[in-house]
Design a protein around this ligand. Structure first.
Ligand SMILES: [Zn+2]
Ligand SMILES: [Zn+2]
Length: 416
């Protein structure tokens, strides 16, 4: 209750009938805030424990165990290992009256070598807090509250796999927060397709019998050159960037095997797919020119994030009640990609940023990793959990708000 800005929440219960629904929504919001305040130390400990034990994509067993054990202890039903992913999970509690399923998504993978430099420990603990708090007011609300554990955001696209394997079929709204240097709810993200190219040639002595060899590395080099030619003729906002994981064994042997890995990013999924087709043509041309055999594999893809303005409005209003202003994204802002984009193509979704550090601190750095367990990091975790749980109250208490969130989602999907 102390977290509310004075004057914004105090509505006297004695006001007329028309206000009574609002009064109860506010009472429920007070209750979810009080629950998160009560769970404060435990949520911070969960965040710190995940931070201290970084696990990379698809190996997040300890984080999964900690989150599911805690959810179970507070009365949620837990299913560990879902959609064929051992470190994915879901935990839920249902009201006695039917209604929408609100899912809070937890990420908990770390970066190789850097640990929790993206602060996914905060995402996990905030989702846990929101789910526990909202599940405690289900006696007064219809529907179901879910905590979904989504592994491998940094590499591998855990949410892409969960979406493709149907894990969101019985979810109506999905929400998560991501720690950042600003509070922002409407930020988009780029669609990102990740491609792996293998060129197969023939080894030979590079000086004594070069004419017997087929140079696989030349295939890769031509691929880069072809893409550089393409680069000047793509729409604004497209990004194509790659590396050469294999470029040959020794300089005196004609390379018989070489590989390239590329990300193709664009503001929309459709545009990214168009550029992917052109990049594959670049690879085929390179193979033709060098006489190499080409094998192309799509590793995984992140869809662009489609912000839902109804969810964003509700979340922002709740952030304001908690004393935080939310800023609009800059029109020329640079952005990355997230697998929450894939979720936003199948259900109304919120991917909100919560500030935990000064603007000069960049993500994926040692400084951001420290911020993820700083007092500001803990504060961001608690504010994010509260604002998500309060938004859950808004959606479950008001079928009209839920209906509008669905409606704008369907409209946005059609316009994509
Ligand atoms: Zn990251
Ligand atoms: Zn991240």
């Amino acid at each position: 209750m102390s977290q509310f800005v004075k004057g914004r929440i105090d509505v006297s219960p004695s006001e007329d009938e028309a206000m009574s629904a609002n009064v109860s929504v506010e009472a429920l919001k007070r209750k979810v805030i009080a629950t998160i305040d009560e769970l404060r130390d435990e949520l911070i400990q969960v965040s710190e424990t995940i931070h201290a034990n970084p696990e990379v994509a698809f190996e997040e067993y300890r984080a999964m165990q900690l989150l599911t054990d805690t959810a179970e202890r507070y009365g949620l039903t837990v299913e560990r290992g879902i959609a064929g992913l051992p470190t994915a999970f879901r935990a839920w509690r249902s009201s006695s009256s039917p209604g929408p399923t609100i899912a809070f998504l937890a990420e908990y993978d770390a970066l190789p070598g850097l640990g929790h430099a993206c602060g996914h420990n905060i995402i996990a603990a905030a989702a846990l807090g929101a789910a526990l708090a909202l599940s405690r007011v289900l006696d007064s609300l219809p529907g179901r509250v879910m905590l979904m554990g989504t592994p491998a955001e940094e590499r591998g696209g855990g949410k892409m796999l969960l979406v493709d394997r149907g894990a969101f079929q019985d979810v109506d709204v999905a929400m998560m927060i991501h720690p950042s240097v600003y509070n922002m709810t409407r930020r988009r993200s780029l669609a990102s397709y990740n491609l792996f190219f293998e060129f197969f040639g023939k080894a030979a002595h590079a000086a004594a019998s070069p004419d017997d060899g087929i140079n696989a590395l030349n295939g890769v080099i031509l691929l880069f050159n072809n893409i550089n030619a393409l680069r000047g003729h793509v729409p604004d906002g497209v990004r194509i960037h790659g590396i050469i994981p294999n470029g040959g064994e020794a300089h005196n042997i004609v390379p018989e095997y070489a590989t390239a890995q590329f990300s193709v990013r664009a503001p929309t999924r459709a545009m990214a797919q168009e550029i992917v087709a052109k990049v594959i043509a670049c690879a085929e041309a390179a193979a033709l020119a060098t006489g190499t055999r080409l094998q192309t594999k799509e590793l995984y893809h992140y869809d662009n994030m489609i912000p839902n303005p109804v969810l964003a409005d509700l979340f922002e209003a709740n952030m304001r009640l908690l004393g935080r202003e939310v800023q609009e994204p800059n029109a020329n802002e640079r952005m990355g990609s997230t697998d929450m984009g894939n979720v936003s193509h199948v259900v109304p979704a919120l991917h909100s940023y919560v500030a935990i550090a000064d603007e000069k601190v960049a993500g994926h750095t040692a400084e951001f990793r420290e911020a993820a367990v700083s007092p500001r990091g803990h504060e961001g975790l608690l504010v994010g959990a509260k604002a998500m749980a309060m938004t859950g109250v808004d959606l479950l208490a008001d079928p009209e708000a839920f209906r509008r969130a669905r409606q704008v989602f369907q409209q946005a999907i059609q316009e994509e």
